[in-house]
Design a protein around this ligand. Sequence first.
Ligand code: ADP
Length: 353
Amino acid sequence: MWFRRDESDVVVDEISPTFLNVLSELDQDALLIAPGEVIRFATEGIEALHLLRDGRLNSPELIALIRVVRRTHQTHTGKIEIPRGPIGEGLRELTVRAIYLEDLDNIVVLLSDESEAERVHEVRRDFVANISHELKTPIGALSLLSEAVLSAADEPESVVKFATRMQIEAKRLTDLVQEIINLSRLQDSDPLQVATENYVEDLVNEAIDSVKTTSEAKGIAVSSNAIPEVVVLGDSEQLVMAIHNLLENAINYSPENTKVSVSCTVNGDIVEIIVADQGIGIPDDVQDRIFERFYRVDPARSRETGGTGLGLSIVKHVATNHGGEVKVWSSPNVGSSFAMRLPIYTPNGGATQ
Ligand code: ADP
């Protein structure tokens, strides 16, 4: 019979309470498994990781590791990957230690997320290599322009011209630094660990407000349809930033006096936030690449609009970290649609991590 020891842990059968207390008090998540892969005990975190379905293990990799331990009676350590949510490529890598307990003929499994630290370290290393290259361009330009100002000190018109260009480069540098900070924060954090409940409608409205000045300056109307009353779990700041980036691109890569729309549709457990424009579009063969850091289809145009080349990689990170994904449909000279798909949060049981 299944019953709860305290609010959090799941237990079947009688096992020494002291032993179970020890497992509960560990920093790591733990499982106690009897022959036939019967779960005798699971900490609360195991449920949150969606490792169990109907009281059985549902990770084939974990089951395989346990079978090896049962056969060999030896402790084994390995890594398993589990999805962060029902869609998207986001994976969580867990380090698993499975220990055979001779007297109980049971296996204790300890799980930890240490590998996350390693991943963050790797991502940061190659990110820094990219950044230094990107920063050199505006810094180099500022240095050349300041020399030009000095040598044109007696010609007021030239000074004004060079100083104006210095302002543009300084703004670029500021935007770039801000985006780098945003992205590196994203790469370090797991929004699902400090998640709040957010109405999609609020997120969309906040993002639309944040691009008002830019859209009005280009005579572009940003409209949104009736947004379904659905909630997503996550970091509201990050989610608004992602929708903001999609809207900002839609405006930047569209001619004046065109239309941008935001629509939301619900598909089962998933909400799709779609930002559509009537802009320049993206050629088929580079549609995969636009989510890479610092990739731009047309670097000159992107520079003109103040693009940093980081906007879409931020969107992809936010979507993936929230257990979702981002998709694009685009046709040159017709327009583009970007869809951010996120798991809908339903408080009782349906919560998709
Ligand atoms: P950027 O800061 O250069 O806009 P992003 O990462 O946001 O960088 O986008 C990468 C590239 O994808 C852009 O430089 C642009 O070429 C292309 N792109 C993004 N959104 C759109 C869009 N709505 N319409 C056309 N091209 C787009």
